[in-house]
Every structure is written in structure tokens, then in C-alpha cells.
Design a protein around this ligand. Sequence first.
Ligand code: G3P
Length: 214
Amino acid sequence: MQFFIDSADTEEIKQAQAMGLLDGVTTNPSLVAKTGRKFKEVLEEIVEIVDGPISAEVVSTDAKGMLKEAREYASIHENIVIKIPMIVEGLKALKVCVEENIKTNITLVFSASQALMVGKIGATYVSPFVGRLDDISTDGMELIQQIRTIYDNYAFETQILVASIRHPIHLVQSALIGADVATIPFQVIQQLAKHPLTDIGLEKFLKDWEKVPS
Ligand code: G3P
């Protein structure tokens, strides 16, 4: 399973990279807005930090505008993946990107029928948002299971990129289902390694070590 960080904060990205876990990065307009920086500048910095897929999201809502943005971002670096919203215009843009060999990540996916369309057209990644489904009392992980089954039934090559991850259990469940990628906020990456029994155990070992003659 690949680990991406869901962040546009280059300091967070560097810290996650140093942990040796990072395979890629996803950004979105909200995450970029938080940085207070120009997106192109941030993107150029990220591609230097991480040698893996970096998702850059288009903000046009028509296929023509999406494709203009897609071609611009794709020309920055071969690792750039174009993130396109799951709307009809987005599907039109996706089809052209597939023809032009531009890597894609279809975002804001909330149903199996949307994911089926994305897999059929042949996106590189599909991004179902599990946390936002949980927020409205719908089981986000059930959607991941459904997409896994559908993609396996038809041998679709689109990779399932679990997004809107809120806690470590989302990640563990994604791995059990066999999702290809999880994009994880920095705070959750830090939580993954933590266990109170690890901390208690280490404290005891170090205390006992003080009794060992040197
Ligand atoms: O980047 C897309 C997704 O991961 C956003 O997550 O927490 O805003 O629902 P969240």
C-alpha cells in the first residue's frame, strides 16, 4: 500500500519524507489556501522534495478550462498528477487526459457509480472521501470495499486512493480491503506510530537500564 501525504505544507511534507514513508503527495485548493503561498511556487518546491506522484487540482468547472490547467501543471514535472472533480465536465476532461497520457486523480468521489465511471474511462487514481461520508452518517469504508470489488471484477487499472482520512483506523481498514493508496494528513501520520504501551514500555526499559552496572 502506498502512503501519500494530504498536505501543501512543505515543512510537513519534509518531516513525513524524513520518516521514510512517503510515496507521494495530494493537495487540494483548501490545503493550498492554508499555506498563503502561490500554488505554482508550492508545487515546484514539492516536486523537489518527493520523487513520486504529486496531485495538483484544477479549479475550472468546464472541460476546456480544466484541460488548459492540466496541460500547464503536467508540463511542470513528469510526477504531476492532475486532480479533476467528479462532475460531467471533469469526465470529459479525464477522457482527453487519458488520450494525452496525462496522469489523473478524480476527486470528490462519494458513490460506487461515480467510481465505476472513473475506472471505465481509465483514470490513474480515484479518490473516494471516506471521512466526509462518515460525517453524514454513511459508512465511508463500505464505499472502498464496493469500489475494490467493482475494479477487481473488471480488472480496471485505476488505483483506489483513499482520501479524507481522519484517523488511523481508516488507514488500517483501507489496507485490509486492499486499497492501493491512502492519502493521510500529517497529524494522522504522526498518530500511526503512537501506542501508549510502547511509551510505557520504553520508559521502563530505560529506567531499568540505569540499574545495569557500566
Ligand atoms: O484532499 C482531499 C481530502 O483528503 C480532503 O479531506 O478531511 O477535508 O475531508 P477532508
